[in-house]
Design a protein around this ligand. Structure first.
Ligand code: AMP
Length: 379
């Protein structure tokens, strides 16, 4: 393996969101500088804590050239973008981890499912549909209920419609608007899990165990680690994530979201970057998911990812509807860690921050985090 990137080098982060912000903060701890390509935003969560914020579109030639010129290595905090910049980086001999090929894969649900199947990871029965007739045929062959999802650039339930009856097909097509779709069977899951695994160029892999996630309106609301599942299921979930990282020859961090039906695991989707469900690793593990990403892309040995019991609750913009949340109420008397992402405008549904509690018992940690969130709204 090549020599590790020395402190003082610049980490280029594609995307200006909170994942980039937490990575940038970690990079500073390691003595690195940070350049962020925001995609257009100014004063972004990541840009606010970086030495350089480049506020151009992801496909703006001048912005991309400058970003590549500033960076000693490039990584992603967001995968739903044009990956042409990976080619610009290759010409400039700047390393990109994970590779542009993996990013391209992860931004297309159809390609992702094919690559998951190739890797030996189980996915729900699915079909591709490019026309209304193909959507009808897909629904007929899978049987309702199904979920139709925009094949490209979907996240947090955006660009998704559930189809419960044949009469729902035409309205669903109308709503999703004539784009290529991935249609998949609704999985009757008993819980949602995720595994975050880091892999370095020496092919070493380290995970953080298995997280158990609860979503509200398709957005992650709470995470608990370790998930309350039998050890055999835990080992299986970790094995699935490692198998994918290995098959894709990933360098960086891979988050794998899975449905547990009680009898089997089905992979829902993957993200080749740190993940919302891994936020609690900042306090729960010696090396967080951000530190692992940094170590992997800089050629440093991976750290210890083992998590103490912990829980994370998301803070959405809705908490601001009645004015400033009661920070003292939440922080005053509870063992709670506060993370705010530095977003100036709190809109309903917008991820503004999160709270983490670490304890001996994950259920207790979750209750403490939930109580702290309740205290924020003064109710
Ligand atoms: P996604 O954007 O694909 O991560 O979906 C967001 C959430 O929608 C998931 O976390 C699940 O709660 C739900 N969901 C998505 N796909 C399915 C499916 N095939 N079966 C059941 N629930 C699903």
């Amino acid at each position: 393996m090549s020599r590790p990137l020395p402190p003082g080098s610049t980490i280029g982060i594609v995307g200006g969101g909170q994942l980039g912000r937490m990575l940038a903060m970690c990079a500073h701890r390691f003595g690195y500088r940070v350049a962020v390509l925001t995609g257009g935003g100014k004063d972004t969560p990541a840009g606010r804590v970086a030495e350089i914020e480049i506020s151009t579109a992801f496909d703006d030639d001048t912005g991309v050239e400058r970003f590549v010129a500033e960076s000693d290595v490039i990584t992603w905090e967001f995968e739903n973008i044009d990956v042409a910049l990976a080619e610009v980086a290759r010409r400039a001999d700047v390393g990109v981890h994970p590779s542009g090929d993996i990013i391209a894969l992860a931004q297309d649900r159809g390609r992702e499912k094919l690559a998951l199947t190739d890797a030996g990871a189980p996915v729900a029965p699915w079909r591709s549909a490019r026309t209304l007739d193909e959507l009808r045929a897909a629904v007929d062959s899978l049987s309702v209920p199904v979920i139709a999802k925009a094949a490209r650039f979907g996240y947090d339930g955006k660009g998704q419609v559930r189809i419960d009856r044949h009469d729902d097909v035409a309205p669903a097509w109308e709503q999703l608007g004539g784009q290529r779709l991935v249609v998949e069977s609704v999985v009757p899951f008993v819980r949602e899990l995720s595994v975050i695994v880091a892999r370095d160029a020496n092919e070493t892999m380290v995970d953080h165990g298995v997280m158990e996630n609860h979503h509200e309106h398709h957005v992650l609301d709470t995470t608990v680690v370790p998930a309350a599942i039998p050890d055999t299921r835990r080992a299986e979930a970790i094995e699935v994530a490692r198998r994918i990282a290995e098959a894709w020859r990933l360098v960086g961090v891979l988050a794998v979201e899975m449905f547990d039906t009680g009898s089997e695991l089905i992979v829902n989707e993957v993200a080749p970057r740190p993940h919302n469900s891994g936020h609690c690793t900042i306090e729960a593990a010696p090396a967080s998911q951000f530190e692992q990403q940094l170590r992997a892309i800089c050629g440093l040995p991976l750290g210890d990812g083992a998590c103490r019991p912990a829980a994370m609750v998301q803070l959405l913009g809705d908490l601001w509807t009645e004015g400033e949340p009661d920070w003292s109420g939440a922080l005053g008397h509870r063992p709670v860690h506060l993370h705010l992402y530095g977003k100036s405008e709190a809109r309903p549904g917008r991820k503004m921050g999160h709270l983490t509690c670490v304890g001996d018992d994950p259920t207790e940690a979750l209750q403490q985090a939930i109580d702290a969130r309740v205290a924020l709204s003064g109710r």
